[in-house]
Design a protein around this ligand. Structure first.
Ligand SMILES: NC(=O)c1ccc[n+]([C@@H]2O[C@H](COP(=O)([O-])OP(=O)(O)OC[C@H]3O[C@@H](n4cnc5c(N)ncnc54)[C@H](OP(=O)(O)O)[C@@H]3O)[C@@H](O)[C@H]2O)c1
Length: 307
């Protein structure tokens, strides 16, 4: 494993040293209008590790993503922290709508992920879909994960949480890591990220490049960000007049560095199936946070614009 100069931060009390740029393997699914072949996935996943990225996030319901990881990089398992999710329907629950938070599903999902990704342990298992506290307490699903931990199959229990339920999750105080959506055009979880970190949890951001929307290439023509109306990111950017702050940066650099500038963010799992984007994102992550006065001015403008 070579040091490629990507900065690392400690993922809260898990103690894991993770690169500030992680990899979101949902981009290997065909939901972005293109099909990624197994050969392309192998190239991308190996390039991710060669670039020094040491955290990969996936889910049972990202199409072939888990299988691609198993086929392509299981032999490099000691080079990455592996995060996946539970609550997604697995084979036993075919035909179910939405997520399924039962002990049986959680155990079956973890066993399936271990098999698909050809590993004997998952580092982080997150509840997908921000379940309610009642759903979490109903059928012993938290205990199921504790049992799996005792058996050495998982290391840390996380939550993919969003408002409003994340407030309950934070009150429960049992999660060791949170996956939270955040970017310069999606700031509603800014305080929740800080509260999670204050409690000692690891904070892992999704949507940290706003799905590539600010880039010239995508020009806001992207599938909507989760939880955000499609037109809102562009309006937020334009109403806040963020272009005047670029100072030679392109919008993607500014966007990713803004996400990394949140003082309580530990890592950002950016998705891509494009090697040029991967390289560019690594370059940006190496540059690190934005100057404090630029962040402050961006927030002042965003607040004034209602973003
Ligand atoms: N827990 C949940 O409910 C949940 C929901 C959504 C996502 N996630 C996780 O979070 C990860 C990231 O989330 P996300 O995909 O929604 O958001 P994201 O990382 O902000 O956006 C990924 C998109 O941005 C594009 N992109 C990346 N770098 C780029 C660059 N330099 N220039 C132009 N476009 C660029 C990618 O397209 P190209 O392939 O063209 O580069 C990709 O479609 C996912 O992979 C998944 O692991 C979790």
């Amino acid at each position: 494993m070579t040091d490629t100069g990507l900065p690392k931060r400690t993922l809260g009390n898990t103690g894991l040293q993770v690169t500030t740029l992680g990899y979101g393997a949902m981009s290997l699914d065909d939901r972005f209008g293109r099909t990624v072949t197994v050969d392309e996935a192998r190239t991308v996943l190996n390039a991710v590790l060669d670039a020094g990225i040491n955290l990969i996030d996936t889910s049972p319901d990202y199409g072939p993503s888990e299988e691609f990881i198993g086929e392509s990089i299981a032999h490099r398992r000691d080079e990455y922290v592996l995060a996946t999710k539970v609550g997604c329907p697995v084979d036993i629950d075919r035909g179910q709508q939405g997520h399924v938070y039962t002990r049986r599903n959680v155990i079956a999902a973890v066993e399936q992920s271990l098999r698909r990704m050809r590993t004997d342990h998952l580092d982080i298992v997150q509840f997908h879909g921000s379940p309610s506290r009642a759903a979490l307490e109903e059928d012993g699903v938290l205990q199921a994960l504790e049992d799996l931990r005792r058996d050495g199959k998982i290391r840390f229990v996380g939550m993919s949480g969003t408002l409003p339920n994340i407030e309950d999750h934070l009150q429960m105080g049992v999660f060791e890591e949170y996956q939270i959506p955040y970017s310069i055009v999606q700031r509603e979880h800014e305080a929740a990220i800080s509260e999670a970190a204050r409690q000692g949890a690891g904070t892992l951001i999704r949507g940290g490049v706003a799905r590539g929307g600010p880039s010239e290439e995508k020009a806001w023509d992207v599938r909507r960000l989760p939880e955000v109306p499609q037109e809102r990111p562009r309006q937020t950017w334009e109403q806040a007049g963020l272009d005047v702050l670029l100072d030679g940066m392109n919008r993607m650099e500014f966007t990713l560095r803004f996400t990394l500038s949140h003082p309580d963010v530990h890592t950002t799992i950016v998705g891509t199936a494009n090697l040029d984007h991967l390289r560019a994102n690594c370059e940006v992550a190496r540059k690190g946070v934005l100057p404090a006065d630029v962040v402050a001015e961006a927030k002042r403008r965003l607040d004034a614009a209602g973003g």
